[in-house]
Write a protein that binds this ligand. Sequence first.
Ligand SMILES: [Zn+2]
Length: 132
Amino acid sequence: MYYKDLTSYEYHESGIGKNIVNIGWLNKDNNYIKSSKPNVEVAKILITLWDDRTLRTRGFHICNLCENESAPTYFDDINGKSYLLGSAEFRIHSTRSNLIFAVPDMIIHYLLDHNYQPPSEFVDAVLELKNS
Ligand SMILES: [Zn+2]
């Protein structure tokens, strides 16, 4: 499922709301901005929000940027804990812009393995969480 960054959220009807915008809904048919290196810091902060994810689905989405499109995507943390990505969304509130970012949990994989560079207002909102 592809949505351009910062467009109005519409994927799950129950998740639609005022000021809710898409971040990180990538697919291989649409270009996205790439960083020169993985965005480890943003991914690390997001993984701390794992239990606060919303709109969980029974199945899971598979990354179609990867060569091996049939395999589920996992994130393994430094403690050896494994997270199955692709079945829920994060909601990140921006205190500065009054936006709420609707973000598939697959973004962790996009940040680390596909060097996805999200818009700065999203990066700032995530980094602020670390300081709060
Ligand atoms: Zn991938």
